[in-house]
Design a protein around this ligand. Structure first.
Ligand code: CXF
Ligand code: ZN
Length: 366
């Protein structure tokens, strides 16, 4: 089967013919239908997220089940699925309390993050080199072995490119706001970064009937695109100070701010943009050593809150299921997020588009 492999950080992906094994205990062989091209994959390619190589990236996937290993009960051959890049065992305390994004089994052994649970590999190149799979997935390949616990079965009428995007950016962004308790209608929101995740935070804010939804980015075309998803005001942070402008628009600051990008400078601005008692949510993943410098008196005097939000701030499979149902009911816009469809062989062009700051999402369709 064909796959795009990252052999070396900073180099283009190489299309290779790989061998793939049979699914073992609690594993599933899937045939990929579509895989979103996410900034996080790009961060791995550029070395900002340190992952082992050689690796097949791709963590935003729609696939069809081909074969199941022993003891798989949640899926059967022919099922259409979305993959979760955190598998949720459904038995640990986190899973049982609705926090499958923190599943203890998934995180029990960080050294096998990109191998299957028994610590071994399922794919090899023609030289016999074993290849890692990003977060046990590796969607930039025609087929993959994945843990059964990372699969959500969905209705066949969801288009593959839409299903794929629900696997990461839609769940992270939309879940990242709608799963916060008690956001009142009429709240004000600022969203820093208008990529796949940011646009979904924006459409979540619109769903919650927020009064002001202020989009911040450094590309005018991305800000223009943000209006489509519900932004009421936009700020180009290259031309204006976003903190001052947000305070201006809202008369003092927003109730909620989101950093969808993951940088210390943006996180600091997100906190500074808050009204008293406001909440800043950090959704984007920064590089592992990043730290942020925040004024402590500002936090106390203005009673500000800071939260982290990972993979939709709840159980990914539950959030995904809700989003699928909302999509089929016409209540969430995912179609417009798909900017361009690529073949697997064109994957490096899809990443070049991210570097250029193109709107929306590129999706590999198989
Ligand atoms: C990422 C974070 C790093 C692992 C894969 C998913 N989140 C969203 O893109
Ligand atoms: Zn992603």
């Amino acid at each position: 089967m064909k796959a795009a492999v990252l052999y070396e950080v900073g180099k283009p992906l190489e299309i290779k013919d790989l061998s793939i094994e049979k699914p073992r205990e609690e594993e599933v062989l899937v045939r990929m239908k579509a895989a979103g091209v996410c900034a996080s994959d790009n961060h791995v390619i550029h070395g900002q997220i340190p992952y082992p190589t050689p690796i097949v990236l791709g963590h935003e996937n729609a696939a069809i089940v081909e074969e199941v290993g022993p003891n798989v009960t949640n899926v059967k051959p022919g099922d259409t699925c979305i993959t979760s890049f955190v598998s949720s065992c459904s038995e640990c305390d986190y899973c049982r309390t609705g926090l499958g994004n923190h599943c203890s089994r998934h995180y029990s052994d960080p050294s096998i993050q990109h191998r299957q649970f028994d610590g071994t590999f399922r794919i090899k190149d023609s030289e016999g080199t074993e290849i890692y799979q990003m977060n046990k997935l590796g969607g930039f390949a025609e087929q993959q072995i994945v843990p059964a616990s990372s699969l959500l079965v969905i209705p066949k009428e969801v288009p593959p490119e839409v299903a794929a995007l629900i696997g990461c950016c839609v769940t992270t962004g939309l879940g990242g706001i709608v799963n916060i308790d008690n956001i009142k209608a009429g709240s004000t929101v600022a969203v820093f970064g208008c990529g796949g995740v940011g646009l979904n935070i924006i459409q979540g804010a619109k769903m919650l009937n927020c009064l002001k939804v202020i989009a911040v980015d450094i590309f005018d075309h991305k800000l223009e695109f943000a209006y489509k998803f519900g932004a009421t005001d936009v700020i180009n942070a290259k031309n204006e100070d976003p903190v001052e402008k947000i305070r201006d628009i809202t008369g003092g600051g927003v109730d909620y701010s989101f950093d969808s990008f993951g940088s210390p400078a943006i996180m600091k601005q997100a906190v500074e943009s808050l009204a008293k008692r406001g909440t800043a949510a950090l959704v984007g993943l920064a590089s592992p050593s990043s730290e942020v410098d925040i004024n402590m008196v500002d936090l106390v005097r203005n009673e500000k809150n800071i939260i982290g939000s990972f993979y939709g701030y709840g159980s990914p499979l539950v959030t995904m299921k809700k989003i699928v149902d909302m999509y089929l009911a016409g209540k969430v816009n995912i179609d417009d997020l798909v900017r361009k469809v690529f073949k697997l062989e064109e994957i490096n062009e899809a990443f070049a588009d991210i570097d250029k700051g193109e709107d929306g999402r590129g999706v590999i369709v198989f």
